[in-house]
Design a binder for this molecule. Structure first.
Ligand code: SF4
Ligand code: SF4
Length: 292
């Protein structure tokens, strides 16, 4: 998780690749996916909230010196040791809850975190200070600024935000489907605020949590977004289903789908179509209201 303070979309933020800061959004929305947040067998929102709260409370009593911080790391690595969905993806025990209300994930070693008096302790972490400061996940580079802004506007809770913002392939597929139907790009302002368009967009993103057609190799809800090809998502075998490749293949693939029958595939496509239709209707009525 890199340290740049939250920036605005316009003008582009030159401090981050792609010009839009993604790691921290507001008091309740932030991502800690690259720190291993979702790489747990027990990765529901409640379970992760408890884990982060426990770490934060314990770290509050740790003296800020190298020995004590190292001891904290070793103790938590031992205590939290478990079978992981992605065994080679490090889970950093210094990811806790930050902010005045401790309401979002963040780095407990960051100079602005409680008790650190402006000192950057990230050099004591497994990855080291440089990696923690300079890592930017593929979404930074692969998603257009407008799509990043939509995700930031739509996700109002850290749990869904961190899961969705790191899904660059799924997001690209969803936005491509929306924009192909409309024949024009989706502007962040069209889904900002608390209207039906935002809610329909959030429903689409929430497919990430509730998708009923996950394959047996699905390791989620977190995905493995590093570019080392260690955990590829299996392609859908349309030949086996005796079906043509789906128009929604990029979305189905990114959701980790697998189908027992052609009938299931058709049901999955219909579910996506229904949600896209609902979103497009909400966008159209919002535009009509705005025109009057
Ligand atoms: S996964 Fe990406 S958005 Fe999330 S904290 Fe890491 S760099 Fe930031
Ligand atoms: S020290 Fe841990 S929590 Fe902090 S940025 Fe690095 S990996 Fe993330």
């Amino acid at each position: 998780m890199n340290p740049v303070a939250p920036g605005h979309l316009t003008p582009p933020d030159p401090r981050v690749p792609g010009g839009v800061y993604l790691c921290q959004v507001n008091d309740t929305v932030a991502c800690g996916a690259c720190c291993g947040l979702y790489n747990c067998a027990a990765a529901s929102r409640g379970q992760l909230q408890q884990l982060l709260a426990r770490r934060t409370a314990q770290f509050a009593g740790v003296a800020r010196n190298a020995d004590a911080i190292d001891e904290f790391r070793l103790t938590l690595e031992r205590r939290e040791h478990a079978e992981r969905p992605y065994s080679d993806f490090y889970v950093c025990p210094f990811l806790g809850l930050i902010g005045p209300r401790r309401s979002r994930p963040g780095c407990l070693l960051h100079p602005l975190a409680d008790g650190n008096d402006g000192i950057d302790y990230r050099g004591l972490s497994f990855y080291g200070g440089l990696a923690c400061r300079d890592y930017f996940c593929p979404s930074y580079r692969n998603l257009p600024a407008a799509h990043k802004a939509v995700v930031k506007a739509v996700c109002t809770d850290w749990y869904l935000y961190g899961l969705v913002v790191t899904e660059d392939r799924l997001l690209s597929a969803i936005f491509a489907a929306i924009e192909a139907r409309r024949g024009r790009p989706l502007a962040p302002t069209e889904v900002a605020g608390r209207g039906p368009a935002r809610d329909r967009m959030a429903e689409l993103f929430a497919l990430k949590l509730s998708w009923p057609y996950r394959g047996p190799g699905w390791k989620g809800p977190g995905n493995y977004f590093f570019n080392d090809g260690l955990h590829p998502c299996s392609p859908i075998d349309y030949g086996e289903l005796n079906a043509p490749a789906s128009l929604h293949d990029p979305t189905l693939h990114a959701l980790g789908s697998s189908f027992a029958s052609r009938r299931e595939l058709i049901a999955a496509e219909a579910l996506i179509e229904t949600m896209l239709d609902r979103l497009l209707r909400a966008l159209a009525s919002a535009a009509e209201i705005a025109a009057h």
